[in-house]
Design a protein around this ligand. Structure first.
Ligand code: RI2
Length: 299
């Protein structure tokens, strides 16, 4: 897929999910490098910058995208031979894609150990890491049940419900506003993350923080499944995570609401005190250990 096509698909959310957008953006960058036929190193570097900027302009919240591109592009100014640079970029891109796929399996293996026999789980939106963890627990023979929220406005919960049902996991789809009502029946909340900040706050699909609040009230643990490349080193330097706002047409037909302002933020931040653990491919950590993960990141 060329860069423009990948960027458009990420923008329109045809390609979505923090891990997937990072992988597909990386793949398109790799294809660009492989197909590049020019011989001017400086021109190539400029083109790479354009590619990076275009891909980064698609979705602002998920740091996975930025981290993936940074990991792949880190030698751009260090390697002075065009062919060597191309080769190094391709190797780095392949390495990222491979590592990010393996990370999901490792998270599922680790995270599923925290899911017990007969647990009732609640999940939100559609996270590959969270869904893989739940499916793994089911495959291990645990009799679990899942409540999947619809996840307005884009209803990614439908994908989750179908993915779980397909694997034979007893699944109940609920509207987002039913979360507090069902929470007393829930043993564990399992969600993914788009970004983890240095203070341990988890930025995930809008509604996650409300779910975590309800879970806290009901003393239900919240487990976040997140690969380490979703941790944001910018937040360590004081940056705030930008919360993406999407087109209001995703919620309603604005013409139906004259004189009404419509607001469509698509992520929110859950403070660390509402999160029990974050399961990464490096192991289970407290949200307060986010700093250590960020410090150890190879960017
Ligand atoms: P994985 C998604 O964002 C959801 O917020 C989900 O929880 C998160 O990415 C992580 O997903 P969106 O692209 O990387 O649906 O675990 O806005 O698949």
């Amino acid at each position: 897929m060329d860069v423009e096509e990948a960027a458009r698909k990420i923008e329109t959310m045809e390609i979505r999910g923090a891990a997937k957008i990072a992988r597909e953006a990386t793949r398109s960058l790799k294809d660009f490098v492989s197909a590049y036929e020019g011989s001017d190193l400086e021109k190539f570097r400029k083109e790479l910058k354009k590619v990076r900027d275009r891909l980064l302009s698609t979705r602002p919240t998920a740091v996975s995208l930025k981290n993936a591109l940074e990991m792949v592009l880190k030698d751009v100014d260090r390697v002075d031979n065009l062919n060597e640079l191309k080769e190094s970029l391709i190797i780095k891109a392949e390495k990222f894609i491979d590592k990010s796929e393996k990370a999901i399996d490792t998270i599922a293996e680790i995270g599923s150990k925290r899911i017990k026999e007969r647990n009732v789980i609640l999940t939100h939106c559609n996270s590959t890491a969270a869904v893989s963890t739940i499916i793994r627990a089911h495959k291990e023979g645990k009799n679990i049940q899942v409540y999947a929220t619809e996840s307005r406005p884009k209803k990614q919960g439908y994908i989750t419900a179908r993915q779980l049902a397909e694997k034979g996991v007893p699944t109940t789809l609920i509207v987002d506003s039913a979360v507090r009502h069902v929470m007393p029946r829930v043993d564990l909340v399992v969600v993914g993350a788009d970004t983890v900040a240095s203070n341990g706050a988890v930025i995930n699909k809008i509604g996650t923080s409300q779910i975590a609040l309800c879970a806290h009230e009901a003393r239900v643990p919240v487990m976040v499944c997140a690969e380490t490349y979703k941790f944001s080193h910018e937040t360590l330097a004081g940056e705030l995570v930008e919360i993406e706002e999407r087109d209001i047409n995703e919620i309603v037909k604005p013409g139906d609401f004259p004189n009404v302002r419509i607001f469509n933020p698509v992520f929110d931040a859950t403070p660390p005190e509402y999160i029990d653990v974050i399961v990464t491919e490096e192991g289970v950590i407290s949200p307060y250990a986010a700093y250590e993960i960020i410090k150890a990141m190879d960017l």
